[in-house]
Design a protein around this ligand. Structure first.
Ligand code: NAD
Length: 485
């Protein structure tokens, strides 16, 4: 299928190229065709233990390397990733079914994140402050935690890896990544690039396998000091509880059911453009995607007619001229189609889409649904696919109330020409990221991203704020003796 990774993708522990003592393998299928792409090791607790041990050993040295020097290694990793952006993007496109254009954009984002975090090695700021006592210095210093366990999904595979690996390493930790079973190759190539960039062996280990078999032992391992998880809220809750039982630190970046409000004073052409991108780019497989569109009732019919028409014209496929690709696997496709069928049985109305496209692969037509009760499953729960619900709202007050009426709180967006409304919305909507007159998207590499309520546990990645996840803050007091000056 590709010469970039072996047909059987093993675990990457220490620097063992693609090795695996695995006897069990899982099949990774191509979302665009349904055919088997390669096999990945189906690892369990024993492999996780070996990976953690390798990380513990390597971290003992890495943790003492000055941050500036760690940053130099990370700069080299980012540079190598950029040199191999075509290779990486080819794998991302192959594993996810997204276009090369999107895969290249995602790879470039990972490079930018790497550069930003490498630069943090020159800062890693603490505070110096005053002390109540004379002849005493007071300061805070960042220290590594030790081993970081990183668990990622497949929706933007290279970005998800970069978002966690670079900040974990710059803070002086070693990492054990539980790759997504839906994107084993991207993680494998990332480890190879890190090795070629001179990252010492054992600092980045990749364990392949399923969540319960390979993820749970990583969460439970007593030598893993911090667990950073990106994925569904259901799994996040479980991981939070398990890690909490042994008081390990967690960063939980979870799901969303993100609202986008279109007011009657909005630039409707601009709103339309952003709704399409927010709801359907990456086939709606974005934690930040807008799956609830709230439209003022006095423009509802006009706006929705235009939106349905524009949605009908979207092109589904894997080429650069297509707007969206397939969903990641057949299970996810079936789940979405089943949810839509059930919703229609309850009286929800599919305005456009709502079905699988003919032919191979896991392609679902971009779908808009109205007549959805606010108590309906379709309104309440994240589907993680190209499906958005529409709601008529009376006015701005009702829009804010409905936007906040969710267990999630990741991103939110409003389209309005009113500065006053925009400002008020930013203050009142319950979300970690608010956008005015744009789309619901993740943050830039230097900005903190994360949610409130069921969308996370309050941590923020990336930005400088990510350093708080991956380092311990030490208070350092130094007493001096004026008599010895
Ligand atoms: P998922 O929760 O099923 O799986 C995510 C990862 O966790 C995978 O690697 C999986 O193998 C592993 N996993 C599953 N069960 C586990 C367990 N019991 N213990 C340990 N690990 C386990 O999510 P998914 O379907 O792969 O991804 C989609 C979800 O991710 C959506 O909910 C989406 O909103 C969320 N997401 C959030 C963000 C964010 O930054 N907030 C970004 C991207 C995706």
């Amino acid at each position: 299928m590709t010469d970039l990774v072996p047909a059987q993708i093993g675990n990457w522990i220490q620097d063992r190229l693609g090795s695996s003592e695995s006897e069990d393998w899982l099949e990774k299928r191509n979302p665009a065709t349904g055919g088997v792409l390669f096999q990945a090791a189906r690892s369990g607790a024993q492999v996780v233990s070996r990976a953690v041990q390798a990380a513990v050993t390597a971290q003992a040295t890495w943790g003492r390397v000055p941050g500036v020097q760690r940053g130099e290694v990370l700069f080299e990793m980012a540079a190598r990733l950029q040199q191999r952006r075509d290779d990486m993007a080819r794998l991302v496109a192959l594993e996810t079914g997204k276009s090369m254009r999107d895969a290249l954009g995602e790879t470039d984002g990972a490079v930018a994140l790497g550069r930003f975090m490498a630069g943090e090695g020159q800062r890693l700021y603490g505070r110096t402050t005053t002390s109540r006592m004379e002849n005493r210095l007071a300061m805070t210093v960042r220290q590594p935690i030790g081993v970081a366990g990183l668990i990622v999904p497949a929706n933007t595979p290279i970005a998800n890896l970069a978002w966690k690996i670079f900040p974990a390493l710059i803070c002086g930790n070693a990492a054990v990544v539980k790759a997504s079973e839906d994107a084993p190759a991207t993680a494998w190539l990332f480890a190879e690039i890190a090795q070629q960039a001179g990252l010492p062996p054992g600092l980045l280990n990749v364990v392949q396998g399923y969540g319960r078999e390979a993820g749970t032992p990583l969460v439970d391992h007593p030598a893993v000091g911090v667990i950073s998880f990106t994925g569904s809220s259901a799994v996040g809750r479980e991981i939070g509880a398990r890690a909490g039982a042994r008081l390990a630190r967690t960063s939980l970046e979870l799901g969303g059911k993100n609202p986008l409000v279109v007011c009657d004073d909005a630039d409707l052409e601009n709103a339309l453009r952003w709704v399409l991108l927010s709801a359907f780019s990456n086939a709606g497989q974005r934690c930040a995607s807008c799956s609830r569109i709230l439209v003022f009732e006095n423009i509802y019919d006009e706006f929705v007619d235009r939106l349905v028409e524009a949605t009908r014209l979207l092109k589904v496929g894997t080429s650069d001229s297509d707007n969206l690709g397939p969903v990641i696997n057949s299970r996810q496709m079936e789940l979405i189609l089943h949810a839509l069928e059930e919703a229609q049985g309850r009286g929800c109305r599919v305005l456009v889409g709502g079905k699988r496209l003919p032919g191979p692969g896991y392609f679902i037509a971009p779908t808009l649904v109205d007549k959805v009760e606010r108590t309906d499953d379709l309104w309440l729960h994240e589907l993680f696919g190209p499906v958005a619900c529409l709601l008529r709202v009376r006015d701005y007050e009702q829009a804010v109330e409905a936007a906040n009426d969710s267990v999630y709180g990741l991103t939110a967006c409003i389209h309005t020409e009113s500065l006053h409304r925009a400002h008020d919305f930013g203050n009142r909507v319950q979300a970690g990221v608010v956008v005015v007159n744009g789309g619901t998207f993740g943050s830039e590499p230097h900005m903190p991203f994360g949610g409130v309520k069921g969308s996370g546990n309050g941590t923020r990645e990336p930005g400088t704020e990510a350093l708080d996840i991956y380092s311990n803050l030490l208070d350092l007091y130094i007493h001096t003796d004026p008599g010895k000056v």
